[in-house]
Design a protein around this ligand. Structure first.
Ligand code: SAH
Length: 348
């Protein structure tokens, strides 16, 4: 049975499902889920590392710098969450070899749900002997630097809508013709009191809380730095931001279950609150443009252009797209979560 048919049968039997359940099926169903079977990176959507090599290079230099700031431990875990095609990490490791000692200390771990992408990453990064982990708890107890670009936006979200004074949850049900459609479940309030005070629409990713708890546990065991880059507002919770992309076009999220990438904006205010509540030190969010600028995007670009003058225009266009507030520079944010007691991270 197709994923669409299975979803319809589930809803017919058990009633409408939360948007988060719908997202989980669409992204991770083992037979037809988008990431599980047909991740279309660089086809359905294009990310920062696929836009310019400068992105991964600056993050690699950032990681090496943070390793130095941790006191240059003999062994450091370098782990990427949702590495996609492996582009960011390939660029990062190439650039970071310029920092003496880092390559020898860094042990590469990858956390990736998608089997086709795991194969691609294993091939792309074979020179660095990556270890795949199913669970962040499986990482060794040693100092660690974790990086996730456009990872958080795929964590499934529940959606809440305030109608009059009452909160309702957006759900996926069936219309009279038996097709998938959005509806509202009455009297379901967001589970966190702080969020009930806020706007009239709210997207809430339950998985963020579990992730923060895991990271906080790791941060207590050994020095930890976690860098997330993603899109979302810096100081208001996102509302009604579920989007689906196929072949570079935005489509109806219910139109093609499993065939399109589904994402939501990240709630950086909540991420920060959860992280601080769990005892992590938080830097940011700052805009991606400010972060990459502080890490020396311009100098890196100038050097690349000097070495490859024939590619100057492409190189310039790529970096501009990453930092220009009218493109990815302002909508994307960087945030860093750390063990308490470490110096402030670079770039914030
Ligand atoms: N970081 C890459 C890819 C971003 S797309 C880039 O910037 O190009 C999101 C990535 O997260 C994909 O690799 C996807 O398979 C992975 N992913 C999504 N949900 C995940 C989960 N729950 N656990 C592990 N990986 C996940």
């Amino acid at each position: 049975m197709s994923l669409t048919a299975r979803l319809k049968a589930l809803i017919a039997a058990e009633g409408p499902i939360p948007v988060s359940t719908y997202m989980t099926f669409c992204l991770h169903d083992p037979e037809e889920g988008y990431y599980a079977t047909r991740p279309g990176l660089a086809e359905d959507f294009t990310t920062a590392p696929e836009t310019s090599q400068v992105f991964g290079e600056l993050i690699g230099l950032w990681a090496a710098h943070e390793w130095q700031a941790m006191g240059r431990p003999d062994r450091v875990t370098l782990c990427e969450l949702g590495p996609g095609r492996g582009t960011l990490m390939a660029d990062a490791l190439r650039a970071a070899t310029s920092v003496p000692g880092f390559a020898a200390a860094a042990q590469l771990y990858l956390f990736e749900a998608s089997a086709p992408l795991r194969r691609m990453q294993a091939e792309r990064l074979s020179g660095h002997a990556p270890t795949f982990v199913e669970d962040l708890d499986a990482l060794p107890d040693q100092p660690a630097i974790l990086i996730g670009n456009e990872f958080l936006d795929c964590l499934p979200a529940r959606q809440f809508v305030r109608v009059g004074g009452a909160w309702q949850e957006r759900v996926v049900g069936l219309d009279a013709a038996g097709q998938l459609r959005f509806g509202l479940a009455v009297d379901t309030a967001p589970p966190e009191p702080a969020l009930r005070e806020t706007s009239a629409e709210l997207d809430l990713q339950p998985g963020l809380e579990t992730l923060i708890e895991t990271l906080a546990g790791r941060a207590r065991a050994a020095s930890l730095r976690v860098l997330f880059l993603d899109y979302g507002p810096a100081d208001t919770p996102p509302g009604d931001t579920l989007r689906a992309y196929r072949a570079g076009e935005q489509i109806d999220p219910l139109a093609a279950p499993g065939e399109s990438d589904l994402t939501v904006d990240v709630d950086f205010t909540r991420l920060r609150r959860l992280a601080e509540g769990a005892g992590l030190a938080v830097a940011g969010p700052v805009t991606q443009g400010a972060f990459l600028g502080a890490l020396g995007a311009q100098a890196r670009l100038d050097r690349l252009i000097a070495a490859n003058p024939e590619d100057a225009e492409t190189l310039f266009a790529g970096v501009s797209k990453l930092v220009d507030p009218a493109e990815m520079g302002a909508r994307f944010k960087a945030i860093c979560l750390s063990s308490s007691g470490l110096a402030a991270p670079a770039g914030f």
